[in-house]
Design a binder for this molecule. Structure first.
Ligand code: XMP
Length: 544
């Protein structure tokens, strides 16, 4: 039985990060809404309670019945989780003058306590709380403080009058899951591995073995259809399914004409090299015809979505004996995230649209994986690095990066500018040390540390980049002795971990100067290059 840690989500922005940190310890975990603890599931070896935007004193604050697990398995409360345990068991949580946001240092750390094994005094942690715990429940013991907060961490061996010492409760006011809690990973390792007893057998290799066996069992000799997009998720799903069922998998890759320069041909070649049975459909004429004269962004998306389903369906229908539709859905798409009202704001989406009469069942082999795990699985499967580290790319492609109507000529201009930009990002390498290197390695970039430094391309340091053609705008320029009156191109590059929030990447000036020059000199139709310095929110990553 696969062991698992349950993370109960009270609506914190860092809940997913807790999940990723646990997975980094080669331990399977599930993130569930705060009130959905799976009572009776014997594979659960520990519980983590997340933070929350609420104060425990808010009337609408999320409540959980701790007796479902306290005293039975180890529990770790983080931030709101720590306050909730105190508040509901005779401790005290108050609004005080000692709010802490950001950096703090742990003092009087009890390194004899299993949670803090290996900790240094003064270890830096990250705080984000308005309320403070001013008294802990009876039977609990303080195990760390900061300069401002007495109960930065507390613990009880056999708390709340329930269970034995093997099912203790720990509570920490800080966020061990965030990068700036320097020994946060050690704390989570102590909890997950030493305290909960994880066997640490959740790895890319074990995932592949188990999933391939399950897919064989689930699918048998049925035929499966998979839509490929060129992105890492659907590609890894394809290779995994191919390993399980071989030629019974038929992949369909639709070219809507708004992919990047040469992308369709290159990706088809990659897929064939991986042994996938792929049907490539060049439907660009249909898409261009249907998009003619359309300028409204939503309208463009609707037309592309509708055309895509039509083209995909007409190919899929030819595979008359198909029983399954596979998708590269990943875990963040499935997690039911909560908003402040406690309502689920994101529940599992299905890419619908296949005709009902096909009666296809859904197969989602990656639905338990985070993006970085998908990449690890891809590497383990021997897929080429450029497919694995590829930036996300929107389904409607360059259509949402061309302001105004879409024409093949505008797409050509943007493809050329984008190609220069992306190639430049791949070629420009930087040497990183210290925190910057640690951050990049923690994000799963495959770089080797040598003498305390790593060499990484700009492409691998950022989440997503692309060029945008402002075809509704013209500006004056001068080239040689000629006046020009052409379109600007805006370059966008963002750092992010999940695309929900993003910051503009601080690209080096010498890089920007070189790319700008090259685009203006080589791409006819462009006489000005700008760089987008907006974060998300309030802007979005794509311009449309
Ligand atoms: P925004 O622009 O909303 O983008 O900040 C967030 C992430 O989603 C991608 N994106 C899309 N992906 N179909 C997709 O498959 C779409 O219509 C779409 N719109 C945006 C975007 O590239 C970014 O990674």
């Amino acid at each position: 039985m696969t062991q698992k840690i349950i993370i109960l989500d009270f609506g914190s922005q860092t809940t997913q990060l807790i999940g990723r940190r646990v997975r980094e310890l080669d331990t399977f975990c599930e993130i569930l809404p705060y009130n959905k603890f799976p009572v009776g599931d014997e594979s659960v070896i520990g519980v983590i309670l997340s933070g929350s935007p609420y104060s425990v004193h808010d009337p609408e604050a999320f409540q959980v019945d701790l007796s479902q697990f306290v005293g039975k398995i180890p529990v770790l409360g983080i931030c709101y989780g720590a306050q909730f345990i105190s508040h509901t068991n005779g401790g005290r949580v108050e609004k005080t003058d000692t709010r802490e946001y950001g950096r703090a240092h742990l003092q009087t750390v009890d390194t004899q306590n299993a949670l803090f094994k290996g900790f240094e005094q003064n270890s830096q942690v990250w705080m984000s709380h308005g309320d403070s715990i001013t008294a802990i429940p009876e039977g609990f013991k303080c195990i760390a403080s900061t300069a401002d907060v007495k109960y930065a961490a507390y613990w009880a061996p056999s708390p709340l009058g329930m269970g034995g010492s093997e099912a203790s409760v720990w509570a920490v006011q800080f966020h061990p899951e965030v990068f700036h809690s320097v020994q946060g990973s050690l704390l989570l390792n102590n909890f997950v591995v030493d305290i909960c007893g994880s066997r640490q057998d959740w790895s890319a290799a074990s995932f592949i073995d188990t999933t391939v066996a399950e897919l064989k069992e689930q699918i048998g000799s049925d035929r499966v259809i998979l839509g490929l997009s060129g992105g890492v998720d659907s590609s890894v799903a394809g290779v995994l399914l191919n390993k399980a069922i071989g030629k019974n998998l038929t992949c369909i890759f639709v070219d809507h004409g708004m992919l990047r320069k040469n992308e369709f041909a290159q990706v088809m070649e990659d897929y064939k090299g991986l042994g996938l049975n792929v049907i490539g459909v060049d439907a660009s004429e249909k898409f261009f015809a249907d998009l003619k004269g359309v300028t409204d962004p939503e309208q463009k998306r609707k037309i592309i979505g509708r055309d895509f389903v039509e083209v995909f369906n007409s190919e899929a229908k030819k595979i008359t004996d198909a029983r399954w539709l596979a998708q590269g859905t990943i875990y963040p798409d499935c997690i039911e995230s909560l908003n402040i009202t406690g309502k689920v704001i994101k529940s599992h989406h299905n890419v619908g649209g296949l005709p009902e009469e096909m009666h296809l069942q859904l197969c989602e082999p990656l639905k338990w994986l985070f993006k970085d795990e998908v990449r690890r699985v891809g590497r383990q499967l021997g897929m080429p690095e450029h497919l694995i580290t590829r930036h996300p790319f929107p389904g409607p492609g360059l259509a949402v990066r061309i302001l105004g109507d879409i024409t093949p000529e505008k797409v050509r201009i943007l493809q050329d500018a984008d190609d220069i930009y992306i190639r430049g990002l791949r070629e420009y390498k930087e040497k990183l040390t210290g925190e910057a290197a640690r951050r990049v390695l923690a994000a799963g970039v495959p770089a080797q540390m040598q003498d305390g430094e790593i060499e990484v391309s700009l492409y691998d340091q950022i989440w997503q980049a692309g060029a945008v053609l402002l075809s509704t705008v013209r500006s004056v320029g001068v080239m040689g002795d000629e006046r020009t009156y052409e379109h600007p191109v805006a370059l966008r590059a963002v750092t992010s971990t999940d695309a929900m929030t993003a910051d503009w990447a601080h690209l080096p000036y010498d890089f920007m100067a070189k790319v700008s020059n090259e685009i203006i000199n080589k791409v006819h139709g462009v006489n000005r290059v700008c760089y987008d310095i907006s974060s998300k929110p309030p802007s979005t990553i794509e311009w449309e």
